[in-house]
Design a protein around this ligand. Sequence first.
Ligand code: NAD
Length: 313
Amino acid sequence: MERDDERAPVAAIERVAVVGAGTMGWQIAALVAGSGRRVSLFDALPGAAARAVTRMRTELPPVIAGGAFPPGQVDADALVARVALPDTLAAAVGDADLVIEAVREEIATKRAVFADLSRLAPGAMLATNSSSLPSSVVADVVDAPGRLLNLHFFSPVWERPMLEVMGCGATRPEVLSAGVAFGRSLGLVTATVRGESKGFIINRIWRAVKRESLRVVDEGHADPEDVDRLWMNFFGTASGPFGIMDMVGLDVVADIEASYIAVATDPADRESPTLRRMVEAGRLGEKSGDGFYHHPDPAYREPEFRRGKSRPE
Ligand SMILES: NC(=O)c1ccc[n+]([C@@H]2O[C@H](COP(=O)([O-])OP(=O)(O)OC[C@H]3O[C@@H](n4cnc5c(N)ncnc54)[C@H](O)[C@@H]3O)[C@@H](O)[C@H]2O)c1
């Protein structure tokens, strides 16, 4: 049942709370503080929010100096001074206009967080930064799902200054518009996803690329190096699908593949034996030193690779 605040005007987004201070949370909090807003950062793990602030102090100055910080040339000390680290979730979100959830990618955890947010942040816009879950999966635990949406940021945000905005099916149009305006105010290229799309826009397209790249190799038509070499020439990029999969981590790629395969209607959309063998062998890409390439100096980064004269791997 709709509450009165379903019809209330959307407040200007001045105070923002970020819940979860891991890989994404600290970057999102930095963007928000960089845009001049006050931000409260909360993490259930003691010390995690303080570590996030340490990362802001050490990692932001070169990004800002290099001109890559999406909000622009801001003073890093002043930015950090706008970040508060309350001890409790209630204190962090109580007066927020917008809460951005960035906790681990697990439905039960997200549902518990959104049930708390529904109670503790009355009237605030509630967003999830999930990379695969539509916000509709938490809509039933939020009192007024008209205020719920996906705000999907990318990492590292300074290299991928983009935001995808998607509703939960019941999101009020003015909440979606406010999400778009917010993304633009952070200096991000902001796109609205119409309706509901698993993988939003880019992750969904990237998934199709991964699936077909793996399939071409699984079927024995090409080896990973030739797929990447052709891709790099065709699209003029510095890496190809297999090089990028190595960067992401092949265990993570396998988990993401599984989440798409679980809902696939095409029987040909099934687990890649190549990927499975590599994960089983502990060849996880950059993080393990070995994957489709040897790291930290993979062959595709050599100037000659693109022209088909790679050194033997
Ligand atoms: N890492 C990426 O490249 C990336 C990109 C886009 C979106 N995402 C999404 O962002 C979200 C966070 O990912 P991440 O990579 O930052 O994860 P992470 O593991 O680095 O950080 C998650 C943080 O959440 C905290 N946490 C867990 N449960 C909590 C709770 N109940 N309350 C408060 N804090 C809690 C953890 O202590 C941890 O610090 C996920 O939904 C993920 O899918 C990640």
